[in-house]
Structure formats: structure tokens, C-alpha cells
Design a protein around this ligand. Structure first.
Ligand SMILES: Cc1ncc(COP(=O)(O)O)c(C=O)c1O
Length: 440
């Protein structure tokens, strides 16, 4: 009998002690989690760091006594660990509630910075270097909603012009030349994600930054700022702010086995790189982000960053081999019914992301997933889970035909996913597909 979706709702909310399996005694079923791009569980060492901070570092980090000092020391240690993970300095890290806030902070900063430069140009030195009119932001058409909707909101409010550069329908990557061609005199920010959350495609951020750096040399007043949202890349591939050459980089804890907290890297915030706060208050985070720091979660972020710094190549090669095995098994079982929406000629992809469609009239991704007995995955970004029965705009923009995109399932593996998990998932999919084909 087809399984009801409510069962899945029941399972979500339980913990997955070994990160992949959950025993569901009433049904004698173990659920297998392959939705690590949506969120990751916390590593045991991260949970330990969070728990210790909850116990021992509950003081207000701004207090001038021992309780405050303990909390402050933990925050400073985490700041160093997070900075090391991305190749920056401790003072470049601003802790935030998560990725959405970090992305909003960057867009807001770029617009405010443009305004400030425009005002000073008006006051003294004329409208040189294109500082009158609206600030212009360049991004891609496959960004996370925390960039896309924020940019659209700025446009709607008449606060900025935005160019959404389409990615190539062949490589699913944004072309460097297309980004450079979109530059206008008023361009104040270019924001391009490091890797896409649905296709796993890695974007040419380094090349974009190199080109913009030489353009900036010819621009006297308004330098173009560069940002990358590295939410999906951290903990999966090497990410280094010096190599990328970005001014800002978004860090999202819950994608690399840390809790739901985040950070923004800014290259010399307030000095070399502007930051205009979204939140005002008690002066925390050097006035860039007011609000008493969430010490335990920041402690967890720091520990998770340490684990990435020490073990990245191991994580990467494990996920890569499991993903390859998964693709082989899917191809073996479904043969010419299989289409991979995470394979693009000439594009590198994340080691853990397998976006697959199993072709057939009744095999839409949401339908397959809601009938799977063991697999926990999604059809795309978790924030679109209310739109599961519409093909993903990311896949359509990446050149995937509508009928293929409609059947897409995003399988994202994690550090603890085993070949046995893959075997069980592929068997689950085989049974589900057979059932749906019989019912059709
Ligand atoms: C690419 C990308 N950017 C930003 C975010 C948002 O991060 P947060 O959930 O911490 O707000 C996500 C998370 O889904 C993401 O995948």
C-alpha cells in the first residue's frame, strides 16, 4: 500500500543519532536521511561544545566579571576557528543568526554604501563616476531566496536596480563574461553563490572577482563589492576567501553540522570593506550586529569549523565516493529512465549532491518521495517545500526540460552516509517506482 505523507512528518523531528538512520519501531523501518543540503544534524563534538557553553558560559559576554569573561573567551575562540576555516582573520567574522541575515546584511550594506558615496559626491565633487541614480546589484537567477527575494524587495521599493544574470542552460554556471557585461556605472555589488543548493554546480566566483578587481582599478569612486553565499560549499569543498578574492562571504552553520547560527566574513569590516548594520543596540559585534551574543550556538559553530578545517579532505572524498556509488546504483536499476540534473558538461559540482529524475508519467519527484518508505529527501530547496508539485525554477533555468524537472529528487549525502544506506535507498526507490507504475 502506498505510504501516507503524515508518516514522514512524524519522523522529522526525531533525532538521527548516527546521522543517517532512524529506527521507526511501529513500522519496523529505518528511515534514511539524504537531505543534507537542507540541513545537517550536529556532530557529537559540536553538541558537546554547545552543552558545555550552556553549562559554563551562560554569562553575558559584555559583563566585566568572570562569568562574562568566560563567555567572551568562547566567542573569541569560535571567531578564530570560523576565520581559519575560510582563510580570513578573526576580526573579519561577524556572527549572525544565520545565512539569511548575513545575505541581507550584505545587500543592505551595498545600498547604504552607494547612498553615502552619492551624498558625498553631491555635496562637494559633482556626479562623477556614476554615483547619481539608483544603486545597481548584479546576481544570478539561481540564488537562494535570501538573496533573490531581498534583491527583488529592494527593486520593488525603488531602492535598487537589480540584474539577475541567467546561468547557462548548458553548464548551469553563470558565465563570467555575462556578469562583467552586466556591469553599469552604478553597480555597487556582485553577489554569486559559491555552489548551487539544487544542482550542486560550483560557480566561477574566483574568476569573477579577478575581473572585477581589474575593473575596479579604473573606477575612482564607486568600487564594486563582491560577495559569495558559501552556504552549500563549506564543509564540502575548499573555501578560501583569499583565493576567491571576495569582499564578503556568507557562512551557514546548519549546513556543516553546526547549529542554526551563521556568520558573515567581511574583509576588514568598517575599514577596507563597508558594513552598515541592520540591527542597532548594545554595541555587540563591534556595532556591526547588535544583540547579546548567542554564546552556546557560537561555540558550536566554532567547533564545527574546527572539524571542517581538520577533516575537509576526508569528508569530501567520502561524500564523493558515496555519491558516485549512488549514481552507479541508480543507473544500474533504472537504466535509461534515469536523468541526472546535477551533471553538466564542463561544470564542477559538489561532492554530495545527486539531483535525479526517474522518467515516467506518474513519477513526479514529490509523488515518489511521499510514497518512499525509508528515504527522507526533498525535491529542491527546503524553503520551497510548499511548492513541491511545481518544477524547480532552478532546474528549469539550468536547462533541464520541464518534464524532467517535474520528476526531480535531490539526494544529498552526508559524512555518515554508507553504501548500505545507498543500497537501501535505491531499493526503496525501485519498489516505490514499481508501485506507482502499477497504480497508474
Ligand atoms: C545557498 C543558501 N543560502 C542561504 C541559506 C539560508 O541560510 P539560513 O537557513 O541560515 O537562513 C541557505 C539555506 O537553506 C542556502 O542553501
Amino acid at each position: 500500500m502506498a505510504k501516507k505523507t503524515e508518516d514522514i512528518t512524524l519522523v522529522i523531528g526525531h533525532t538521527f543519532p548516527d546521522h543517517t538512520l532512524h529506527h521507526f519501531p511501529e513500522m519496523n523501518l529505518e528511515r534514511i536521511y539524504m537531505d543534507y543540503n537542507a540541513t545537517t544534524p550536529m556532530e557529537p563534538k559540536v553538541i558537546e561544545a554547545v552543552s558545555e557553553a550552556l553549562q559554563d558560559a551562560w554569562g553575558n559576554p559584555s559583563s566585566n566579571h568572570i562569568a562574562g569573561a568566560m563567555a567572551k573567551a568562547i566567542i573569541n575562540q569560535s571567531r578564530q576557528s570560523v576565520a581559519k576555516m575560510v582563510g580570513g582573520k578573526a576580526e573579519d567574522i561577524i556572527f549572525t543568526s544565520g545565512g539569511t541575515e548575513a545575505n541581507n546584511l550584505v545587500l543592505h550594506t551595498a545600498v547604504e554604501h552607494f547612498r553615502k558615496i552619492s551624498r558625498s559626491a553631491e555635496q562637494g565633487e559633482g556626479h562623477q563616476n556614476g554615483c547619481s541614480g539608483l544603486p545597481h546589484i548584479i546576481t544570478t537567477n539561481v540564488e537562494h531566496d535570501s538573496i533573490k527575494i531581498t534583491a527583488q524587495h529592494l527593486e520593488m521599493e525603488g531602492k535598487a536596480d537589480v540584474t539577475f544574470v541567467p546561468v547557462s542552460k548548458v553548464t548551469a554556471r553563470v558565465e563570467v563574461d555575462d556578469i562583467v557585461a552586466a556591469v553599469r556605472p552604478n553597480t555597487c555589488l556582485i553577489t554569486v553563490m559559491t555552489a548551487n543548493n539544487e544542482t550542486g554546480v560550483i560557480m566561477p566566483v574566483q574568476e569573477i572577482c579577478q575581473r572585477i578587481k581589474s575593473l575596479n582599478k579604473q573606477r575612482e569612486r564607486l568600487k564594486i563589492l563582491t560577495h559569495t553565499d558559501a552556504a552549500q560549499a563549506l564543509g564540502k569543498i575548499p573555501v578560501d576567501v583569499q583565493e576567491l578574492g571576495v569582499d564578503y562571504l556568507t557562512i551557514v552553520g546548519h549546513k556543516f553540522y553546526a547549529p542554526r547560527v551563521g556568520a558573515l566574513y567581511a574583509n576588514g569590516p568598517g575599514k577596507r570593506t563597508p558594513i552598515y548594520p541592520l540591527l542597532f543596540g548594545g554595541g555587540q559585534e563591534r556595532d556591526f550586529r547588535a544583540g547579546t551574543e548567542n554564546t552556546p550556538m557560537i561555540a558550536g559553530l566554532g567547533k564545527a569549523a574546527e572539524l571542517v578545517t581538520s577533516n575537509l579532505s576526508e569528508y569530501q572524498s567520502h561524500m564523493q565516493s558515496i555519491k558516485l556509488y549512488l549514481e552507479e546504483r541508480l543507473t544500474g536499476v533504472f537504466q535509461d529512465k534515469v536523468r541526472f540534473n546535477s551533471h553538466y558538461p564542463g561544470s564542477d559540482t559538489l561532492p554530495n549532491t545527486c539531483n535525479v529524475s526517474i522518467m515516467g508519467p506518474a513519477l513526479q519527484g514529490w509523488r515518489v518521495l511521499s510514497n518512499c518508505r525509508r528515504l527522507l529527501a526533498s525535491v529542491g530547496a527546503a524553503c520551497h517545500s510548499d511548492r513541491v508539485n511545481r518544477p524547480s525554477h532552478i532546474l528549469l533555468s539550468s536547462g533541464i526540460p520541464t518534464e524532467v524537472a517535474a520528476n526531480a529528487i535531490r539526494l544529498s549525502v552526508g559524512r555518515g552516509t554508507t553504501k548500505a544506506d545507498v543500497d537501501a535507498v535505491v531499493e526503496d526507490l525501485r519498489e516505490t517506482v514499481q508501485l506507482l507504475e502499477e497504480m497508474n
